[in-house]
Design a protein around this ligand. Structure first.
Ligand code: ZN
Length: 473
């Protein structure tokens, strides 16, 4: 019997999230009966549903050999301390910038927990505590981009720059046993090819030329082409300012809030936001991220983008917030959370929603069930119940996807086409119907022969030539 017949080289991939939050992909590298290696790519929170209702309760932390964290968004990183609480004690590989920022994310999570717990039931336990967070951070292994991480014999990983977010990575796993064909899997994580704060770093040429590649791609905007994106934000802002309205801009703490502040600065410089408009930035963690972006050189921010603060900018603490809520000056409040469910948004929305002189502007994806989504579905005057108080919507509620940090369907297709030997594609991170639609598009528009969808009740066994078979859960 030859070596290659005794040894196999396969990776079983299972995705846990059906939709776009709660990212978690478990992979088992199977090479012989005594050699298997399990790792997780991301372990995030669900948004828009109760965090207690997690679908990934059957992940066994003690069996995991490694975790890769693609980026510092809570729907990818938020549940890692839970894994550690349940016994995980191996390394968490992530990029250096993400390792610098992760602590801010978990402070935020802990305060969301205490908000939720005190709202619902004081005796209810938090999902994890500050000790679990401390332990989690101690397991983080800050890793340079394009540096080989040795996981076992001929089993390696490598992180690559990704413009989705400062610190975001794609992860390449490579496995080879004796004379078996190599298996290469590239996880895009949340993916984008542009970011105001980062230099545009492409993958090295050799990655595009890799043999036997399977790509696990996100598909958040898998049913939207880039030409469909409407650039409405600047016009909305200018119109609201011309009408003297107060504006609440909501965004995610890392990435989006900084982008919004930068875009306000650009409008100010063009004279499109009047000088009598004061700008306020609220949300503890977003303020910390903003200062990190401005000051922390390890984040790799373009030097010319470190000074992204607009003029007339004030950072909001509890005292200023109270004054803000009860004053009527012209102001633009830039605040978390992006979907309106947490943080200062929960204080501003009920105050501004019944007021015709206000605009509430979301700046990206709002998941089903979140306050942001509900507000956008509400017609003028229609009441909504927020934290037990019924409020009519008289403010203008707007949204734009133009700042989205996710590549659109056509851009994802072009990305896949750049590789010379893609054997299979697995689609993850999208609403179920969007993932299905995108999978069909990949099958139709690229030369890939087999396309799977993660989080749809199947795991996939991957070999050198792509999907070997699907396995029903
Ligand atoms: Zn993300």
């Amino acid at each position: 019997m030859t070596e290659s017949r005794r040894f196999k080289n396969q990776i079983v991939i299972k995705g846990y999230n059906e939709g776009v939050t709660g990212s978690a992909i478990r992979c088992t590298v199977e090479r012989s009966f005594y050699d298997d290696f399990q790792f997780l790519v991301d372990f995030g929170f669900y948004q828009g549903t109760e965090y207690e209702k997690l679908s990934y309760n059957n992940i066994k932390p003690l069996k995991l050999n490694a975790v890769f964290l693609t980026h510092n968004h809570l729907d990818h990183a938020g549940a890692l301390p839970l894994l550690v609480k349940r016994g995980y004690s191996n390394k968490i590989y992530t990029s250096i910038p993400t390792s610098e920022l992760l602590g801010i994310a978990y402070e935020d999570t802990l305060s969301i927990f205490s908000e939720r717990v005190s709202e619902k039931n004081k005796k209810q336990k938090m999902l994890y505590n500050s000790d679990n967070v401390k332990k989690t951070l101690s397991l983080v292994k800050p890793t340079r981009y394009q540096k080989t991480i040795n996981l076992g014999e001929n089993l390696t990983a490598m992180l690559f720059e990704n413009q989705h977010l400062v610190g975001a990575s794609m992860v390449l796993i490579r496995s080879k046993v004796y004379d078996t064909q190599e298996v290469n899997i590239l996880f895009t994580g949340d993916y984008n090819n542009k970011n105001s704060f980062l230099e545009n770093v492409d993958l090295p040429e050799w990655v595009y030329k890799l043999k036997n590649l399977t790509i696990v791609t996100e598909a958040t905007y898998g049913n939207t082409d880039s030409c469909e994106v409407k650039y409405v934000w600047a016009d909305n802002m200018v119109e609201a300012c011309m009408n003297g309205k107060s504006i609440l801009l909501l965004g995610f703490a890392q990435g989006r809030i900084q982008e919004l502040l930068y875009q306000i600065k650009c409008l100010q410089e063009q004279g499109l936001i009047p000088a009598d408009y004061c700008i306020f930035s609220d949300g503890k963690s977003s303020i910390k991220y903003s200062f990190s972006y401005a000051q922390n050189k390890k984040l790799g921010i373009k030097p010319e983008m470190r000074n992204f603060f607009p003029s007339n900018l004030n950072f909001v603490d509890n005292k200023i917030r109270q004054t803000l809520l009860h004053s009527h000056g012209k102001r633009i409040i830039v605040s978390t959370s992006g979907m309106g469910n947490f943080g200062p948004a929960r204080i501003y929305i009920p105050e501004m929603l019944p007021n015709e002189n206000c605009v509430i502007h979301f700046s990206g994806y709002t998941a089903k069930g979140t306050l942001g989504k509900k507000l956008q579905e509400q017609s003028y005057g229609e009441p909504i119940c927020i934290s037990g108080i019924t409020i009519p919507r008289r403010a203008e509620v707007l949204n734009t996807t133009e700042f989205s940090a996710h590549a659109k369907a056509d851009e994802l297709i072009s990305f896949i086409k750049k590789f010379s030997d893609v054997r299979s594609v697995l689609v993850t991170h999208g609403e179920p119907e969007v993932k299905e639609k995108f999978a069909k598009r990949v099958a139709k528009e690229t030369s890939v022969n087999k396309v799977g969808v993660l989080g749809n009740g199947y795991s996939y066994r991957i070999g050198p030539y792509g999907i070997i078979k699907s396995i029903q859960d």
